[in-house]
Write a protein that binds this ligand. Structure first.
Ligand code: B12
Ligand code: SF4
Length: 506
């Protein structure tokens, strides 16, 4: 066959009503390994800009395979709806799944009629070998890093593939996509997401990382990272790099070298949203902190998780509550913005057999411990910029998920069911409303700087919100969120009248 083998790489829609503007890094990495003289990879992302499903249908008529990336959640629903259309135009095309969900539940994914092959964990080398075998119509037996289903429906799981250093893989083929489609907006700056590492050496009990990458970790060399950034800065006028690593600040030397090299570039560029483990970064020297600041870091997202030491120990966070306070102090001293991120509704062994009433009390306890911590960090000043709380969601494949089953979580049993992520059975409406109120009302309004910075109209109302948010914080009273409902009404009305969204206060 003289023609190139066409490969369709699809990045689905993450939510029913939203498209992702995130760069399809997984697909770029997979495509980077394919010999472009023989293969013709086509990266297609769900987008509101054109009829991409029609394009997929056209392209799949004579393609070698259709491959999709999916996280646990709506990705799966969208992927399946596209796969159904693909199968209509080409019933025999191999359907390959890759990414987090099928890496965690490979067998269950293959049990679905919508999957023929799954690629587990790091996909670069596995996929290129797989593509070769598909071209030669060879058996998939023994190909490390995959599971597959034969014509009779028999599922075979091959062994794990050794984890490779990221620098083993070629540069990313940005020519395969329209980079401009993935330019984001961050505080009015042209922004681009970027991931510098894979895996994580730690093993927090609620996280998917240890399950998928088995505590292995690799980072791109700083020169490679900066080569990509140069492309974004020079060719696409990118002003802000959004770091999407699960744990960016690993290795003080790596970070120091990175910052020094970035400073030397003298680009008009800032970077941030980078995730940090508190203890690890707290151990960095003052000189390293200064370098980080000088290199243009805008902010750090710190995984605080809980204010309860027993809970922190239980989830294996390897963190003392007071280290978070020290971190906030250090970041403040260095002039770096740090956003604490916490998880509420975490399952614990003592909740096995608990009634809903006991769960409500446990929620209040976890929430109070978070506020104890926040008071230590910001009690006097409220000089934070952002605080983010999330509810624990039972994702498959980690020790807390096993405990969630003991706590009565009814697990989705098929690939399709995983498309509709279910909240933990103990998370009540009261808890959800409190969480929404905290995230969208209390934290933004309790901040001292809120009024000076954002208010232009309805000053009296905003002032009222500010006072009530601070009162609620002080008295730890989060029920009956009447002002939050007023706030939602006000922002809804404001959006209707002005067309300015609730979050755009400037
Ligand atoms: C960006 C991102 C998003 C974006 C996704 C858009 C996008 N373009 O990817 C958005 C914001 C939409 C998102 C949403 C969510 N996310 Co998210 N997200 C990430 C993040 C930060 C980066 C993903 C990325 O690009 N990585 C870089 C690429 C290169 O790595 P990779 O995806 O692992 O790809 C490699 C392999 O997995 C494999 N591979 C991946 N895809 C494919 C496809 C094929 C065909 C093949 C062969 C191989 C393959 O090969 C690649 C190269 O080795 C990751 C954390 C992380 N660092 O990975 C979390 C992460 C993937 N997200 C996670 C979670 C929990 C969520 C949410 C559920 C959060 C929430 N509560 O709403 C939602 C789910 C929404 C949904 N889709 O259903 C979890 C995964 C949980 C899971 N079981 O899927 C992660 C790991 C974070 C964490 N540590 O908890 N997320
Ligand atoms: S939560 Fe962060 S530090 Fe913990 S295992 Fe996951 S990625 Fe690593």
């Amino acid at each position: 066959m003289g023609e190139k083998h066409k490969i369709i790489l699809y990045s689905p829609k993450p939510r029913k009503h939203t498209f992702s503007s995130g760069m399809p890094y997984a697909m770029l990495k997979i495509a980077s390994m394919l010999d472009r003289k023989r293969f013709d990879p086509k990266i297609i992302s769900a987008t509101p800009k054109y009829d991409y499903v029609k394009e997929i249908e056209e392209e799949c008529k004579d393609a070698l395979c259709f491959a999709v990336r999916a996280l646990t959640g709506y990705d799966i629903i969208d992927a399946i709806s596209v796969i159904k259309r693909v199968r209509k135009v080409n019933p025999d095309i191999p359907i390959i799944w890759g990414g987090w969900h099928c890496s965690i539940l490979p067998k269950q994914t293959l049990e679905s009629e919508h999957a023929d092959i799954v690629v587990i964990a790091q996909g670069e080398r596995t996929f290129v070998e797989l593509a070769e075998r598909l071209v030669k119509k060879e058996s998939l037996k023994g190909l490390l890093g995959i599971g597959f289903k034969d014509k009779s429906g028999k599922i075979t799981m091959n062994g794990d593939r050794p984890f490779e250093n990221l620098d083993n893989f070629p540069p990313l083929p940005y020519d395969l996509i329209n980079v401009e489609d993935y330019v984001d907006n961050f505080d009015g700056l042209r922004a681009m997401s970027y991931v510098t590492t894979q895996g994580c050496p730690f093993a927090c009990k609620y996280c998917a990382e240890p399950m998928v990458f088995k505590q292995r970790w690799s980072a791109l060399s700083n020169d490679r990272i900066l080569k990509d950034w140069e492309f974004f800065v020079k060719e696409h006028n990118i002003e802000f790099m959004i770091i999407t690593d699960d744990n960016f600040f690993i290795g003080e030397e790596r970070i120091r070298d990175f910052c020094k090299k970035l400073i030397a570039k003298k680009w008009p560029l800032r970077w941030g949203r980078a995730q940090a483990r508190v203890r690890q970064m707290l151990r960095f020297s003052d000189d390293t902190w200064r370098l980080i600041k000088k290199s243009g870091l805008y902010d750090i997202q710190m995984g605080v998780e809980s204010g309860d030491q027993e809970l922190l120990d239980f989830i294996n966070k390897q963190l003392k509550v007071d280290e978070t306070r020290q971190f906030v102090e250090k970041a403040r001293e260095m002039g770096i913005r740090a956003t604490p991120e916490g998880i509420l509704g975490l399952p614990t062994p003592k909740m096995v057999g608990a009634t809903q009433r006991e769960w409500e009390a446990e929620w209040d306890r976890q929430l109070n411990s978070m506020f104890d911590l926040l008071d230590k960090c910001y009690g006097k000043t409220k000089d934070y910029d952002e605080i983010r709380f999330f509810a624990y969601d039972p994702y498959p494949g980690n020790p807390l998920y096993a405990l969630s089953l003991e706590l009565g979580f009814d697990p989705p049993k098929t690939l399709e069911e995983w498309g509709k992520i279910k909240p933990a059975n103990w998370i009540s409406n009261r808890m959800r409303t409190q969480l929404d109120m905290l995230m969208y009302f209390l934290f933004p309004y309790a901040r001292d700087s809120y009024q000076e910075r954002h208010i232009k109209r309805f000053k009296w109302l905003q002032k009222l919100f500010h006072k009530s948010a601070q009162w609620r914080w002080k008295h730890r009273f989060f029920d009956f969120p009447i002002e939050y409902k007023m706030y939602k009404f006000y922002t809804g009305l404001r959006t209707k009248i002005t067309g300015v969204s609730a979050t755009d206060h400037s």
